[in-house]
Design a protein around this ligand. Structure first.
Ligand code: F6R
Length: 616
């Protein structure tokens, strides 16, 4: 949600910033802008719309500047306009700033600054912050050893309530960038004779794989030769330089038309990576290096709470189903945004798990912090290495699927389901699950890449169905037991990328209200593999058919359907119940992708959305 990239080094900054913004565009695409340090002062160019528009505006302008900051915006305060785009200049032209996050007390600060003669061009909270920095700078002594630029940023941030990840430039200090974070991610890229600041690893990867993840309240000052990090109380911080093992190709589309398509089709490999090295065949169980809890401690856990948002919340629902079924531990699931403000009574033997692809979702992070504050052990299932949630949880499991760039989550979801299944296996084997049941479970998980590849072969058939159904305005997605959350996920995918209204329900619940929607115009997608619920689901399908509703059924190879019951039948491979939710997800991802394509929607950048929601 909003992307920042800053550069200081020996190369021309503008092309580096624009390339970085293109890689960050999935974080927000309302507007884009950059500021360069030039001999005449700070040059700013910003445009509503996509980064490409900014790139075109910069085309005729050759700037030799080797320092700059830039931003791609997802609007919070203030509408989508050139004025509200970042970077913002202070009204005296001394500072340029890019900001992610929300300054909650911006109203009172703005009032104060207006009384001091500062003026504002935009409606944003960020412009208030850059002027507050200018205000403190004007008061700083300009002689002696201390750095008035850095000091002004520090003093301004002291008065700020809310969240920020910022990159700042000062006209009077052309050889310096300052960055700081609280609640919004900021990463320092340490290159050869160059440094970068970014909100996301994806923006840095073509320049360096060496990064420092800044912590909350840290402030970094960068020159072309060195950097220095201090914490909120001015103490020096010894930087830990981490190495990112993503490859450049991981963040590129290759031969695919969209990141979403690439990420759907790379699921066999992604799942392979999520499970690599994590099985113990001798014990028929899973292994996790990062849980930081002994087997004895895990046996004492008598309740687990899962929290997440959106698609990750759907993964939590599947985790509930799997852990209760295979490990017999009671599980509850909360929306992270609700849990953080609820004073839910938890027992001391409760373990709290959060699930987050980005590791930066603010509500999930807040839920994690709330659970920690109350003394619970916290675990995270996270994809982004070094992210705030990964660092702040007591232990956890990385998904290892490389960057997910399509705004609609696909490979991250199926990997979260896989990791949840592995946790169920691990906890089950510490309790009642037999060696042979553990072995069957393990074998089922290991076969997933192959089964997913086979399921992906349905793509051409699904494409045809998509062209037939693209003009429908409403859809129902129906499933039972572990496939109910998959119905929710199928509905969410369709809504978010094709703007078609869709709802997910437990199939039997349909009779209690949603059945009123059934007509020729509202098709139902039924999850109906050959499992314990199959005959019940057939009954629910008959109820739809009797009312003239069209049916797209996701069945399994052996499922026998009465003739003409489903209008379209997509068969997934027969499989172990623990992996069924993963296989059942694939056709729904493809259906939403192809319908969105048919409708001409911008699949990777759906309207109003952004990846990684770092505001409340
Ligand atoms: C939907 C989607 C979102 C995210 C949600 C949580 O396709 O991607 O619903 O799942 O914003 O994001 P993370 O997992 O990064 O915490």
């Amino acid at each position: 949600m909003c992307g920042i990239i800053g550069y200081i080094g020996k190369q021309k900054a503008a092309p580096i910033l624009i390339e970085g913004l293109k890689r960050l565009e999935y974080r927000g695409y309302d507007s884009a802008g950059l500021a360069l340090s030039e001999p005449s002062g700070l040059f700013v160019c910003k445009k509503t719309g996509r980064v490409e528009k900014l790139a075109q505006s910069m085309m005729g302008r050759s700037s030799g500047s080797t320092r700059g900051i830039s931003h791609t915006r997802w609007a919070t305060h203030g509408g989508v306009s050139d004025e509200n785009a970042h970077p913002h200049l202070s009204s005296d032209g001394t500072f340029a700033l890019t900001h992610n996050g929300v300054i909650e007390n911006f109203g009172s600060i703005k009032k104060f600054l207006l009384s001091k003669g500062y003026t504002f061009q935009s409606q944003t909270d960020s412009e208030v912050l850059v002027n507050l920095i200018a205000y403190h700078y004007a008061k700083e002594p300009k002689d002696g050893d201390h750095n008035p630029f850095l000091e002004a940023v520090r003093r301004a941030l002291f008065h700020v309530e809310g969240t920020y990840g910022i990159a700042v430039m000062c006209r009077d200090f052309p050889d310096q960038l300052v960055g700081a974070r609280k609640g919004s991610p900021l990463i320092l890229g340490v290159g050869k004779e160059e440094f970068l600041l970014a909100s996301d690893v994806a923006a840095l990867i073509t320049h360096t794989q060496n990064v420092v993840y800044l912590k909350d309240n840290e402030i970094v000052s960068i020159t072309p030769d060195s950097f220095h990090i201090a914490n909120g109380t001015r103490e020096n911080v010894s930087p830990i330089i981490d190495h990112i093992d993503w490859k450049i190709e991981d963040s590129e589309m290759g031969s695919y038309a969209h990141f979403m398509e690439k990420e759907i089709f790379e699921q066999p490999a992604a799942l392979e990576n999520s499970m690599r090295g994590r099985f113990s065949d001798d014990n028929s169980t899973a292994n996790f290096g990062g849980l930081n809890l002994s087997a004895q401690e895990l046996r004492q856990v008598d309740r687990i709470l899962f929290c997440g948002c959106g698609t990750a919340w759907h993964a939590c629902l599947i985790a509930e189903y799997l852990i209760e079924r295979y490990a017999r531990i009671p599980v509850e699931v909360e929306y992270a945004s609700e849990f953080r403000y609820r004073n839910a009574p938890l027992d001391k033997n409760t373990l709290v798990f959060v699930i987050s692809q980005s590791g930066e979702t603010i509500d999930t992070l807040a839920a994690l912090r709330e659970a920690k504050r109350k003394g619970y052990r916290t675990m995270a299932i996270v994809n982004t290495v070094g992210s705030t949630i990964a660092r702040e949880s007591d232990g956890g499991i990385y998904q290892h699927i490389g960057p997910e760039i399509g705004v609609a989550s696909t490979k991250a979801f199926t990997s979260q389901l896989l990791v949840s299944a592995m946790i169920a296996l691990y906890l089950g084997r510490l309790r009642d699950m037999s060696f042979t049941d553990g072995r069957d479970f393990t074998e089922a998980l290991k076969s997933l890449p192959e089964l997913v590849s086979k399921t992906l072969e349905l793509a051409p058939k699904i494409k045809k169905i998509a062209s037939e159904y693209k003009d429908h305005a409403d859809f129902l997605f129906l499933g039972r037991q572990s496939l109910f959350p998959i119905a929710l996920e199928g509905a969410l995918k369709l809504k978010e990328i094709s703007y078609i209204h869709a709802e997910g329900y437990p199939a039997a619940e349909m009779k209690h209200g949603p059945i009123a929607l059934i007509s020729e115009d509202c098709p139902s997608v039924f999850l109906a593999p050959q499992d314990d619920m199959f005959h019940k689901v057939l009954g629910n399908m008959q109820e739809v058919k009797a009312r003239g509703g069209k049916i797209i059924a996701i069945g399994s190879e052996e499922a026998e359907f009465p003739e003409d019951l489903p209008d379209h039948l997509l068969r997934i491979p027969e499989c172990h119940p623990a992996v069924l939710p993963i296989l059942a997800t694939i056709p729904l991802q493809l259906l939403s992708y192809y319908i969105a394509l048919e409708k001409g929607c911008d699949v990777d950048k759906p309207r109003n959305l952004a990846k990684s929601v770092t505001v409340e």
